[in-house]
Design a protein around this ligand. Structure first.
Ligand code: NAD
Length: 436
């Protein structure tokens, strides 16, 4: 089967490449000519473990091609996936301009039956509007179906998540579209992946409900961490004790600087906004967003307190900038709030991130000093701040760290290090929701 994926971002590129790996012929389309040129030259515009090799293999075997011409992608495809960005608009709602643009172009270019699949995260009602736009822009009436197939992959483990998903959600209104969607994903049936087949509106809602719930878990454990600090309890152990209850589950119960990235912040805002538009206040999600906003400032205060209440003239070694490890994605990363706040208060920041610096540079104050590795960042630092739990920060050579630093303070925003070990090393160690 020939398919087309529009948008070669984190979702589109992984989706297209993985479908090619599953044996489909895939044309990936993007209107960013520079990205398409890079991909044609064998370079990958994003950092995602394993992706480069898989693109190389499938391009080499002729199943994966790239173009900036939507017509070329759409013409031979039976299914056209829309995987463009749906960023947060000014009012909190999802900004759907890119989705509408693609829907109009699909209408203008299609010559025969297509299943148009919305993979982007979009609010309920988008499928219907995509269908209306396609119909409006067709030169003559051509049958098509619009389906919803929200994506649940996580950056950093996107390939594994796509190939072995917990579930595949498909919202479709016609039997033909359902059959084509099942056929597309048939290799995953062999792995006994559960499929949730429903109508378009429900599928669209499942994505927002999932992300809002995961964000709720994070804000919940972050507030729990703040309370643990007040009463001398250990949030890691609390989370373990909670998570072993199968009704709760252990995932997404890691206290830290709050959620970030390209999904949770905008998706919580979008579902809250969607509810508001219907005259309903989604109280839990509103609180989740507020807790998340505050948690970043709680981290700023924690770092200041660790340095005696004032960071003026202090040098901070910041390890990690991205919102999570194994990605170069800086969108809504906690570091974008925490570091400018500290710099505003007079701190100098020396930062190292294994993959995020190119994206971070234009988003952070220009005074940030970017370093080549962890030890370079620690040079002359009063405090080490662990911002993102990249694996390489888990086993630092502490003798080398201490030799490089001028101070002894370690602020671990991800609870990676063991307090007892840090004390043994003679470091003043602060983490999140654990006794210092
Ligand atoms: P992204 O910003 O990385 O990529 C979007 C791509 O779409 C860009 O390359 C852009 O150039 C392209 N594009 C925009 N308009 C276009 C047009 N008219 N024609 C062709 N290409 C166009 O976005 P992303 O992170 O891949 O997210 C895509 C969607 O998937 C969003 O709705 C997001 O919420 C959702 N999602 C993202 C993740 C994630 O982890 N990033 C996970 C699940 C779902």
């Amino acid at each position: 089967m020939n398919i087309c994926v529009v948008g070669v971002g984190y979702v589109g590129l992984v989706t297209g490449t993985c479908f090619a790996e599953l044996g489909l012929n895939v044309t990936c389309v993007d209107n960013d000519a520079a990205k398409i040129k890079m991909l044609k030259d064998g370079k990958v515009p994003i950092y995602e473990p394993g992706l480069e090799e898989m693109i190389k293999k499938n391009s080499g075997e002729g199943r994966l091609t790239f173009t900036s011409d939507l017509r070329e992608g759409v013409s031979n495809a039976l299914a056209v996936f829309i995987a463009v960005g749906t960023p947060q608009g000014d009012d909190g709602a999802a900004d759907l301009q890119y989705v509408w643009e693609v829907a109009r172009s699909i209408g203008e270019t299609m010559e025969d039956y297509k299943v148009v699949v919305t993979k982007s995260t979009v609010p309920v009602g988008t499928g219907q509007k995509v269908a209306a736009l396609i119909r409006e822009h067709q030169k003559r009436p051509i049958p098509f179906d619009v389906t919803s197939n929200p994506e649940f992959l996580r950056e950093g483990s996107a390939i594994e998540d796509f190939m072995r998903p917990n579930r595949v959600v498909v919202g479709a209104d016609s039997d033909q579209a359902k059959a084509i969607m099942k056929d597309l994903y048939s290799p995953l049936y062999l792995l006994e992946t559960p499929f949730v087949i429903t109508n378009v509106e429900t599928a669209e809602m499942i994505k927002y409900a999932s992300n809002a719930f995961l964000a709720t878990k994070i804000s919940f454990i972050n507030e729990m961490a703040n309370i643990c600090e007040l009463v001398g309890a250990d949030v890691n152990v609390v989370a373990k004790g909670m998570g072993l209850d199968r009704r709760i589950g252990s995932k997404f119960l890691h206290a830290g600087p709050g959620y970030g990235g390209s999904c949770f912040p905008k998706d919580t805002a979008a579902i809250a906004r969607l509810a508001k538009e219907q005259g309903y206040t989604f109280q839990i999600v509103e609180a989740v967003m507020e807790v998340n906003r505050c948690q970043r400032l709680v981290m700023v205060d924690k770092i200041k307190a660790a340095l005696g209440g004032d960071v003026k003239g202090k040098v901070l070694a910041c390890l990690g900038l991205t919102f999570k490890p194994n990605t170069d994605d800086m969108r809504d990363s906690p570091s974008l709030v925490i570091l400018p706040e500290l710099m505003q208060a007079g701190a100098t920041v020396r930062a190292f991130d294994p993959a995020g610096v190119t994206m971070a540079r234009p988003m952070l104050p220009k005074e940030v000093i970017y370093c080549d590795n962890s030890y370079h960042a620690c040079q002359g630092a009063d405090a080490l701040v662990l911002m993102t739990e990249w694996n390489q920060f888990r086993n630092l050579d502490w003798a080398r760290v201490q030799e490089a630093m001028r101070g002894k303070v370690v602020v671990d925003l991800r609870n990676v290090y063991q307090p007892a070990r840090m004390n043994e090393l003679g470091l003043s160690y602060y983490s999140v929701g654990r006794p210092s």
